[in-house]
Structure formats: C-alpha cells, structure tokens
Design a binder for this molecule. Structure first.
Ligand code: ATP
Ligand code: MG
Length: 352
C-alpha cells in the first residue's frame, strides 16, 4: 500500500527558491521507487510575504502547519530586513510551537568534496543541538539606552527537563553508532548554567553504560574539531554552542552548502522540520548555481523520520554517487548548476 505524506513546503528566500524545487524533484523520484507519495503543500511565506503583509506567515500559520506530517524549509532572511523579523517571525516560532527540541546536524566527508583542513580519516559525526531553550531566550533587556551607562542583559534559560531530553536523545544516538558522546561545556567560565548542564548530562549517562562520554570545554572542542574532526562521533551541545560548532564542523567537512539539518519533535506529537544549515545566500541567489545537496540531504533525513530508512539511504547513496562522478556546484569546486546536480542525483537512483 502506498504511504502518503502531507508535507508543508516553505521555499522561503534567496536560494531557498532554487534548492527546494531541486530537492523536491529528487524526493519524488526516490518516493516513486518505494511506494511513497508526497502531497506537497507549497506555502509562499517569507520575506516577500513580510513586505506585503507585515508578517512572515499568516496569523494562523502555525495552525496550518500543524496539519502536516512534516515541514520542508529552504531558507529565510534577506539583507534588508532585520533577522528579528525574519528568523523570529518564522523559524524560531515553528521550532518552539512544535517542541522541535532536537536539532540534528550530521557532518560527513563526502566523495569528491575536499576538506579545507587536513584530516587523515573521513569525518563522520553528528551534532545534537538543543533547539528550544538555553542562550536563545527573550529574557533580558536594555536600560539607559544611548547613554554612557547603557546596560544590556541577556539571560540563558536551562531547564532540567530540557537538558535531560536532549542528553538522552544524544546518548541513545551514540549507543546506536560508535558509542562515543562528547558534551560541549564551558563550566569554567559560565558558573551556573553550565555546571547544571554537566550534572544533568552525567545523570542521564548513568542509563547508558555502553556509551563512553567526555565533556570538553567548547573553546578547546572548537580547536579540536578543526585539528581532529575524525575523532568525534556524537556531540551534544546547548543552543548557542551547537549552532557555532555545527557551522564549524560543516565547513571543515567541505561546504556549508552540503550540510543538512533536522528540527525534531522526537515523540512525533507535532510535525518536525527539515532544512539545510545554510541561509538564503543573497550573494549567489537567482543564478541557478546554489548547491542543493544540503537541501536534498535534509530531505533524506525527512524520509528517515517518516519511517522510510531504505528510501533515505538510497537517496544518500545517489547524491554521493553524483558527487563522486564529478557533478558538483561551484562552491565545491565544480561547474554544475543546481538543476544539473538534481538531474544527476535522480539518474543515480537507477531505474524506477
Ligand atoms: P543567514 O543569515 O540566512 O544564515 P548568511 O549570509 O549568514 O545567511 P548563508 O546564506 O549560508 O549565510 O551564506 C554564507 C556563504 O555561503 C555565502 O557566501 C553563500 O553564498 C555560501 N553558501 C551558502 N549556502 C550555499 C549553497 N547552498 N551553495 C553555494 N554556496 C552557498
Ligand atoms: Mg548565517
């Protein structure tokens, strides 16, 4: 019987408009080979919507999304509208409303994609970033604005429930991989929230005797990710640290254009959201040269989360084969267009 999935698609801004159609094409092609049918519901939300209506999405936008099995997002953000309107008008409300508390960011060496730094062995790690709390809070404010005495305060909010569930997810993930978990901390400088993070992570790890865990100061961890990225398996980090480390690790593995992410609601009570790590890349938008691999790989993560592991694996194998055969965009040293990469991925799926 055909498995049907209703997917909300927000291509958004800039290259989102280019890489999302490329990925949808690849997803439809792999779906056909696995008796899966995607029912794409395209939503023209983003900065143009903001310009026309003063909002990134309609007032009932979250209710509309709630009726879907998953959300497939390109990118939001443009140079002339502050992020506080774009990111905080769409991305952050979705992550919070649907309790997408896990931000999963796999980083792997891809065939034909050179790393800008030396690495003896292939990189194969996953960053599990806490996605709902921590440093990205609205608690705080500014006083004495404009005066020499001006003060800005930004509070971090860590809850036991929040740290526990991300630590548990990361430990379980590590248990199913190579069994190594690294927890990013900064308890030598941040004396309340980070020791709390360390404590809760340690408590959770008591339930995972087969996982070897270490905690590393985030500054040292950043340096070590440049020098020895192949040593890492699963890294669990707070919202801010995970954000920084995943851009860093993505760049070390090759290009930010290849990096995927999943914003997961693990209980499956709400839709999860799948989006590439990169942004709207205004500098190359409209030229048809954006790398669609991050978006396609995010699509593979969506397939996996919807219960189609075999289809996800086939899609990953196909884009790896396309890259290996030399079909690469400019950011990773090739000359192919976005559409040519998508066509090559479909070709490498083999006969339907
Ligand atoms: P945002 O605030 O939305 O994250 P940004 O400008 O900080 O935007 P990106 O949009 O990710 O970050 O762009 C960073 C750089 O990486 C740009 O030079 C962009 O051209 C390049 N880049 C990002 N994504 C891709 C891609 N898919 N293909 C090719 N180049 C990309
Ligand atoms: Mg950015």
């Amino acid at each position: 019987m055909t498995a049907r999935h209703r997917i909300a698609v927000i291509a958004g801004d800039g290259i989102g408009q280019e890489v999302v159609p490329a990925a949808v094409r690849c997803l439809d092609a792999v779906a056909e080979r696995h008796d899966i049918a995607f029912d794409w519901h395209h939503l023209d939300w983003g900065s143009d919507h903001y310009r026309a209506h003063g909002r990134m999405m309609p007032v009932d936008g979250l209710d509309i999304l709630a009726g879907h099995d998953a959300i497939f997002l390109g990118a939001v953000g443009v140079p002339d509208i502050p992020d506080v309107h774009t990111l905080w008008g769409l991305l952050i409300p979705i992550r919070r409303a649907f309790a997408q508390y896990i931000n999963l960011r796999p980083v792997r060496t891809l065939p034909g994609v050179p790393s800008p730094v030396f690495s003896r062995d292939p990189i194969d790690l996953v960053i599990v970033r806490e996605n709902n709390e921590g440093e990205y809070s609205e608690v705080g404010g500014r006083v004495y604005q404009g005066s020499a005495d001006e003060i800005a305060i930004q509070e971090s909010v860590f809850t036991r429930r929040g740290v526990e569930r991300v630590a548990r997810y990361a430990a379980a993930l590590a248990a199913g991989r190579r069994g190594h978990l690294t927890s990013a901390t900064k308890s030598n400088g941040i004396v309340h929230t980070m020791p709390f993070w360390d404590e809760v992570v340690r408590d959770v790890l008591a339930d995972f005797p087969d996982v070897t865990a270490r905690q590393e100061l985030v500054d040292a961890l950043a340096a070590s990710l440049v020098l020895h990225p192949e040593r890492y398996d699963v890294i669990v980090a707070s919202n801010l640290f995970g954000d920084i480390l995943s851009d860093l690790a993505g760049a070390v593995a090759g290009s930010i254009g290849c990096a995927p992410s999943a914003n997961l609601n693990p209980p499956g009570e709400h839709p999860s959201m799948f989006e590439p790590v990169h942004g709207s890349a205004p500098d190359i938008a409209g030229q048809g040269i954006a790398n669609p691999i991050g978006q396609i790989w995010s699509g593979a993560m969506m397939l996996d989360a919807l219960g189609h592991a075999a289809a996800a694996a086939q899609l990953i194998t196909a884009f790896e084969a396309a890259l290996a055969s030399g079909t690469r965009t400019r950011d990773i040293g090739g000359t192919a267009t976005t559409a040519e990469v998508a066509a090559a991925v479909v070709a490498h799926l083999g006969p339907s």
